[in-house]
Write a protein that binds this ligand. Sequence first.
Ligand code: HEM
Length: 342
Amino acid sequence: MSMTMTTTTILSVLSILFLVSVSASNNPSLLHSLKVPSLSHLSSFQDDLSYSLYHTTCPDVEGLIYRKVKEWVNKDPTLAASLIRLHFHDCSVRGCDASILLDHNGSERSANASKSLRGFHLINDIKKALEKKCPKTVSCADILTTVARDATVLAGGPFWMIPFGRKDGRVSLANEAAMVPMGRETITNLIQFFQSKGLNVLDLVVLSGAHTIGRSTCESVQYRLYDYKGTKKPDPSIDPQYLNYLRRKCRWASENVYLDATTPKKFDTQYYQNLKKKMGLLSTDQLLYVDSRTRPIADALSFESSLFSNQFSVSMVKLANILDAKSQDNGEIRVNCNRVNY
Ligand code: HEM
């Protein structure tokens, strides 16, 4: 009885949070009052984004991008997850400014932390086609966010509308790529990282749900399997059977293993159900079900698939609207996504 009560309460709270965040995304003044913490340098540029920006200057931009993403994902379905991750890594450093795409020496992309990122060739293919149709018009940052949305849809996830007008940044530094969480952080670290971008705990738990698809290199998880934190024992928060599976699967650091062991190719809530069974691949996934600040949210999302997909859209819009004042002020529309214009 009390179990049902608790669940009902959590669901009500989440539904309210969801409704507030939906109405907030449609109501800029409410959005300002909800920001945690208030990051004025991040928010002012969001007002410059517009749904109709390319209506006259590049009318079929979304159609062209969707067709390209579909073509590439049909050829290689593993790309969908990689494209969603690429967008997260872009927005995590200097906002969503395509700084992750620059490939000069010492750029974010060249950093060790970026070495398993994929999908760059697809962005270049789209950019080339767009430069033919509407030269110097569509930013690489806008392409990245649209690609991430379309990849989500093609993986069976939700659709959301995207306002456009992000500028491409001119700075990209390898040491900044190391700030993106890599799976060994504490929940406090993650909450602080998300808050520094204007994202809250609900966004953290919901966006972590992107790990319902895709893979990780074994390199990111091997430390959990044998000698966790110098104990000569595995991470105690891994289910024993799952541990055996991971030890067999991860003999080599370069092997890949699914982030969602149960339904790795379906965009569903199974990721959260796995956490209940101690089957989170990354330590940061599993911790979402251990920490009292995140567990009630993970719990509710595990059996409310419409809540997950609705809130995933809302949180992805927030992620895609992280803009850094400096990158935007000094930004440009790159002609080649891999290089600054001059
Ligand atoms: C909350 C903090 C997060 C941490 C600690 C984290 C960490 C990781 C790690 C370690 C990997 C595997 C890297 C490797 O190949 O070794 C990964 C993969 C992935 N991440 Fe995250 N991530 C986080 C948040 C996010 C967010 C917010 C998104 C998107 C909204 C996301 C989407 C993905 C996807 C889709 C993959 C699979 C990529 C592929 O199959 O190529 N992650 N993440």
